[in-house]
Ligand binder design. Structure first.
Ligand SMILES: [Fe+2]
Ligand SMILES: [Fe+2]
Length: 320
């Protein structure tokens, strides 16, 4: 059995190259726009000092000016302090809002750039063997829809919509002679093809982000079968993680309804009949039930994404 070696986690302890030199700061590579705490704190200090000094000097000059025309009343001194508190509060509120909005914008751009990389990685995985494009994209969207129908946590479904994009990432390591073979595989070829699960899992192993962890699970388990006859580990029933069970149904449905080097596309009716036939053997019956309940929605997504062709591969998964 393949042994999965976790890759070293990145972080403070891994922040040095093998030569002992410090790695370039992530911010210098433009990857951490939110890491600006010191700069923001200094700007707050400047705002505070400028507002305070302006108020103190300005109000003292005002008192001196007013004293030329007579005695300044007692309440004016109190009003001066109160005004200082109010003006400073308004300045700090404006500064806080400006900077928090900036951090939120930078954070959103940071997340989007990461998700775009996930989509492009998925595109690389299917680049050689998907004639019309969009297989991974469709699986991501179908999986999120089925997950929602199963009443799974919305955050789980959103993560699944991206993790499923990478279910066949290991095909990067499968030779073209197998990926593009128009006929059936012999035993050796089949074994080599099945390695895409463990290869994908190895590429995604050791991650610390929930999306990478779920992607690893999906890559490893999407060819397991409910009755234990799948691969690579021969898991069965609830030992197969839910994300793997969902992607298994969506993957087979999309494979059946798509043209491949070795077959023509099946009609949706034929594909659904095959999914139903394999409920309880290949697939978790609960997941098949949920899939059938969202059949119309899934069919609408399939037509929509197919009309976009290869371009659909870079679209956001349609969260349920
Ligand atoms: Fe696969
Ligand atoms: Fe697939």
């Amino acid at each position: 059995m393949t042994v999965f070696h976790p890759v070293p986690r990145t972080g403070p302890k891994a922040d040095r190259t093998q030569t002992g030199k410090a790695n370039p700061a992530p911010a210098a590579m433009g990857l951490t726009p939110v890491s600006q705490a010191s700069r923001i704190a200094n700007r707050f200090l400047v705002w505070y000092l400028v507002a305070s000094i302006t108020w103190i000097l300005g109000s003292d000059h005002l008192v001196t000016f007013a004293e030329q025309f007579g005695k300044v009343p007692e309440w004016f001194q109190s009003a001066k302090g109160l005004g200082y508190v109010i003006v400073l509060g308004l300045v700090l509120r404006g500064a806080t809002r400006t900077y928090v909005e900036g951090v939120e914008r930078a954070n959103a751009a940071h997340i989007e750039s990461n998700l775009e990389l996930v989509r492009r990685l998925a595109l690389a995985a299917e680049y050689r063997d998907d004639e019309t494009g969009g297989h991974n994209q469709r699986i991501g969207t179908y999986a999120a829809i089925v997950g929602a129908k199963l009443n799974l946590d919305p955050k789980f479904c959103e993560t699944l919509s991206y993790a499923a994009l990478l279910h066949d990432l290991g095909k990067i390591g499968v030779p073209d002679s197998l990926l593009l073979k128009p006929g059936p595989f012999d035993a050796d070829e089949r074994a080599a093809m099945e390695l895409h699960t463990t290869l994908g899992a190895e590429i995604l192993s050791g991650g610390f982000h929930p999306l990478v962890e779920m992607s690893h699970t999906v890559a490893l388990t999407h060819h397991e079968r409910w009755d234990g006859s799948g691969y690579p580990q021969g898991l069965s029933g609830h030992d197969i993680p839910m994300e793997g069970r969902i992607v298994a149904v969506c993957d087979v449905y999309d494979a059946l309804t798509s043209k491949r080097p070795y077959k023509e596309a099946w009609s949706t009716e034929e594909a659904v009949a095959e999914i139903v036939r394999q409920s309880g053997t290949h697939f978790d019956p609960l997941v098949v039930d949920a899939f059938l309940q969202c059949r119309a929605e899934i069919e609408a997504v399939r037509k929509n994404l197919e009309s976009c062709g290869k371009a659909s591969a870079l679209r956001m998964p349609v969260a349920a």
